[in-house]
Write a protein that binds this ligand. Structure first.
Ligand code: ATP
Ligand code: MG
Length: 252
């Protein structure tokens, strides 16, 4: 299998804080890879290194075959990044945001590209409104839509659903699944086990500077004692209840 990302012995410190202590992993082309870790584990640090926004202290990382240190321009041309905090312009409308990015990417038909994405992400109705009036879920959808302009082969999503309600989260999951079905490689970070469970072909857990587990969901489940698995399985039930109640309300 071809690799979209290869990371070997990656280390990074911020002054005295040794955040990454030798991180290794690979991501196959066309797959969804989830990096799990608690607050401050170093997930965003890894995303920043892989997207050329930050230099590692040691170790190597290649993205779409390009070394992030030696060929940052090639890396940037082959990826897109949706950062942890929405990068949309508040003063512009949703449509204007998309057109701006399409123009920056030198596409020949920026308006058409914008309208297609607005439609795909269910934002057509809100397209003429300033983003400052959007809900968190709408912003996230617009943010992801912006990162799809120019059809990147690999997309980085840093905590794409943090702060979203369950409905908006499921919408984002649907989008991510569609992307992967279309052949895009997706690298996402999350603090939600269920998100990784729903989406990822492979899951890696970052803890105290290293990848302490890496495998398919089935492989990871085998690592835990049954009692733990039962606890994990209870979480979606609450979500299901929530969604069922919301659904009933909307039917009325
Ligand atoms: N520019 C910086 N200068 C100093 N310390 C930093 C810097 N950026 C991150 N850190 C520290 O490095 C550690 C890892 O941060 P990082 O943002 O990579 O974690 P994360 O896994 O993305 O966390 P979260 O889930 O909260 O987003 C944290 O302790 C953070 O405070
Ligand atoms: Mg982060």
């Amino acid at each position: 299998m071809e690799k979209a990302i290869q990371v070997k012995g990656l280390q990074k410190s911020y002054k005295k804080l040794h955040v990454l202590k030798g991180v290794d992993f690979e991501v196959e082309k066309g797959s969804i890879f989830a990096l799990l870790g608690s607050n401050g584990a170093g997930k965003t640090t890894i995303v920043k290194i892989l997207t050329t926004l930050l230099k590692q202290d040691s170790g190597t990382a290649t993205v779409n075959g390009f070394d992030v240190g030696a060929k940052p321009d090639y890396v940037r041309q082959s990826i897109s990044l949706t950062g942890q905090f929405a990068a949309v312009d508040e003063i512009l409308t949703g449509r204007e945001n998309l057109i701006m990015i399409a123009k920056l990417r030198h596409l020949t038909n920026p308006r058409q590209v914008a309208d297609d994405l607005l439609n795909r992400f269910g934002l057509t109705e809100a397209s003429g409104r300033r983003v400052s009036t959007y809900s968190g879920g709408m912003r996230r959808r617009l943010d992801i839509a912006m990162s799809l302009i120019g059809k990147p082969q690999l997309i980085f999503l840093d905590e794409p659903t943090t702060g979203l309600d369950p409905e908006a989260r499921i919408e984002v999951w649907k989008i991510v699944k569609e992307l992967a079905n279309g052949g895009t490689t997706v690298f996402l970070t999350t603090q939600y086990l269920e998100e990784a469970e729903q989406l990822a072909d492979r899951i890696a857990i970052l803890h105290e500077g290293k990848i302490i587990a890496n495998g398919t969901l089935a492989e990871l489940k085998n690592l835990f004692p049954p009692a733990k698995v039962e606890y994990v399985e209870k979480q979606p039930t609450l979500e299901e209840i929530f969604l069922a109640i919301i659904g009933k309300k909307e039917e009325k």
